[in-house]
Design a protein around this ligand. Structure first.
Ligand code: HEC
Length: 192
């Protein structure tokens, strides 16, 4: 009889002990996460390119087109990036910085005429909804354009940049990354 009571006591003590250890470990894990989160804020990668000087701008067809461009596209396609506070928190800032770097290579309205660009496709990207990127549009409400703004914007982009149709002038096609092996020209045309 006494023996059993002892066993029970021991078991309940062990239980208490493990739940206590679990609690401490949870606090340690939270503490570590906080330290890592605070620590990564000091990694400067992703801040360097946020704002650069404006060298030359295209001749916009109207101030309205320029305004809409800076509202919906300027963060990634100009040197005048104006990000909300939450974009400056690591690791979000690293992700958006990558988009900004790639976006500026494709089209940068602050270095107009100084590099090759894909501005001729701008109207089409707005028309088909591929730009601004979905995740960016969701997290940046001011970049979302109303239907009438969108229509005016497409017209303004065509008037400012013209429009490439058919033959793409860019070296790469957007879906290049989906192919494990390069698609040969004659393979591409075979089915047509
Ligand atoms: C969050 C950043 C971001 C925003 C905002 C953004 N773009 Fe882009 N854009 C990119 C990136 C990144 C690429 C390069 C895609 C690639 O290399 O595959 C790109 C590529 C392009 C291209 C080249 C053709 C293509 O589809 O790859 C055009 C044209 C373009 N964007 C126009 C626009 C226009 C117009 C807007 C505003 C309506 C806009 N972008 C908003 C990031 C952005």
């Amino acid at each position: 009889m006494e023996e059993m009571e002892d066993e029970e006591k021991q078991a309940s003590q062990e239980k208490k002990h493990t739940s206590w250890v679990k609690k401490v470990m949870a606090y340690v894990a939270i503490g570590e996460a906080v330290v890592i989160f605070v620590g990564i804020q000091f990694i400067p990668w992703g801040r360097a390119t946020i704002n650069l000087p404006v060298k030359a701008e295209p001749k916009w067809d109207s101030p309205k087109t320029r305004e809409l461009f800076f509202r919906a596209c300027g963060d990634c396609h100009s040197n005048q990036t104006a990000l909300p506070w939450y974009d400056l928190i690591a690791p979000i800032t690293w992700i958006i910085n990558r988009d900004i770097e790639k976006g500026r290579v494709a089209l940068n309205v602050s270095e107009w005429g100084l590099q090759e660009n894909e501005a001729g496709e701008a109207a089409e990207t707005v028309r088909n909804g591929s730009m601004p990127p979905t995740l960016y549009a969701l997290s940046h409400p001011s970049a979302r354009l109303s239907a009438s703004d969108k229509e005016a914007f497409v017209q303004g982009l065509v008037a400012t940049f013209g429009e490439h149709k058919g033959e793409q002038t860019s070296k790469k096609k957007p879906d290049d990354s989906l192919h494990f092996f390069p698609v040969r020209k004659d393979d591409q045309n075979a089915g047509k």
